[in-house]
Design a protein around this ligand. Structure first.
Ligand SMILES: [Fe+2]
Ligand SMILES: [Fe+2]
Length: 186
């Protein structure tokens, strides 16, 4: 569980990180976030970070490991800071508005598009506000690794995933970081 002040601190930190991004539409994206349940939503109904603020906490937890992995890449492969922030903080925006109820009794909202899509929904939502680079799109789209290929009627095949991994190593690395975080003790 997170305290109310921890939830608020995460919100403030995330907004500050996004405010530093110099990209058209980022202000509108922040406005959208502030008016959503993103900062108070859980990350799941009863498994991973199933408590208020769990979704934002999960996203924030990915940023430092992603930065570390990025710093170890060859210079020409390293992504700029704004890409890392966008990937970590926005990759699960698909879950915004998905969970209803209270801690211990969360359920998913019937008819919410995230019942049928995941990564692709995050892409659709982010793109309403800001333009993504090809690499950012690839990393977010395949952040569930092979599962991403099966989440949405096989629109993307394992061959597409392999091509994306060949285009940039963070496609595979970020999926591992995202998966690993779900196994953290807290
Ligand atoms: Fe996800
Ligand atoms: Fe995630």
């Amino acid at each position: 569980m997170l305290t109310e002040s921890e939830i608020l601190a995460n919100e403030t930190y995330i907004i500050d990180l996004l405010k530093d991004i110099k990209r058209e539409g980022i202000r509108d994206y922040i406005h959208y976030l502030k008016n959503s349940d993103f900062f108070i939503a859980p990350a799941s109904t009863k498994y991973h970070r199933d408590y208020p603020g769990g979704l934002a906490e999960h996203c924030l937890n990915l940023l430092e490991p992603l930065k570390l992995s990025n710093s170890r890449l060859k210079r020409e492969e390293q992504l700029p800071e704004d890409s890392l922030v966008i990937i970590a903080l926005c990759h699960d925006i698909c879950k915004e508005g998905l969970y209803i109820g209270e801690y211990g009794n969360y359920r998913t909202l019937e008819g919410h598009p995230a019942n049928n899509k995941h990564s692709i929904l995050s892409i659709e939502r982010i793109k309403k506000y800001i333009r993504l680079t090809r690499i950012e799109r690839d990393v977010i789209l395949y952040h569930m690794g092979l599962f991403s290929c099966y989440e949405y009627g096989m629109e993307y095949t394992p061959e597409d995933l392999i091509k994306a991994i060949k285009r940039h190593p963070l496609v595979q690395i970020f999926a591992a970081i995202d998966m690993e975080e779900t196994h953290w003790q807290r």
